[in-house]
Ligand binder design. Structure first.
Ligand code: SAM
Length: 192
């Protein structure tokens, strides 16, 4: 799902869904912000005291975070290259406004025991409001539920029309991997 997007604007507010479930990420744990754009959620979790790995094909939006020792910036083409994170697992995995279906199993597998996946993106019906309108980039009914089924425990799920921050049809999930909550990926710097 390439191309310019308003979500790459610096200073864009965090998603209300991500804010709502951010507290489920174990304190001090490592967070993955996949397809991070301008890094609104990377910044949110850094401010909350987490280590953050921010991945995008274009890391220009998070270049300013490179000086932060708690931030790991990974430039990777998630759709045409190898999965850039090996077998690493994270206490929080955040994906917003991005969909590349082949990654869904890897995303669910990237949640460490005790960790949580917070995912929100556009769903079918959004074509009424504009982009994305390509079905490849729109979740089908229940698709996020199926993506975590047998892997993670669903904490909350919604598929609905919203008006904020702009009219859209979105699907979103918060789903946890039950476990000790003490695992998590090693320090980003150990993997750099
Ligand atoms: C709509 S923006 C969402 C940004 C961020 N998640 C947010 O919600 O603020 C989509 C992001 O996906 C990234 N992206 C698109 N295609 C990609 C690819 N093949 N590999 C990695 N990132 C990609 C874009 O660079 C962009 O930053």
């Amino acid at each position: 799902m390439t191309g310019a997007s308003p979500d790459r604007q610096p200073g864009l507010a965090p998603s209300a869904w991500v804010l709502r479930f951010a507290g489920l990420v174990p304190a001090g744990g490592a967070v993955l912000d996949l397809a991070c754009g301008g890094g609104r959620h990377a910044r949110l979790f850094l401010a909350r005291g987490h280590r953050v790995t921010a991945v995008d094909i274009d890391t220009g939006g998070v270049a300013d975070l490179a000086a932060d020792p708690r931030a790991e910036i990974v430039a990777a083409d998630l759709e045409n290259g190898a999965w850039p994170l090996g077998g690493r697992a994270f206490d929080g995995v955040v994906v917003t406004n991005y969909l590349w279906r082949p990654l869904l199993p890897l995303i669910a597998a990237s949640v460490a025991p005790g960790g949580v996946l917070i995912y929100e993106t556009f769903a079918r019906g959004n074509e009424r409001f504009g982009r994305p309108s390509n079905p490849d980039f729109l979740l089908a009914e229940g698709e996020l539920l199926r993506a975590v089924e047998g892997r993670l425990r669903v904490v909350a799920y919604e598929c609905l029309e919203v008006t904020e921050p702009r009219p859209a049809v979105v699907q979103r999930i918060a789903a946890a991997r039950d476990g000790s909550g003490v695992s998590s990926t090693a320090s980003p710097r150990e993997h750099a």
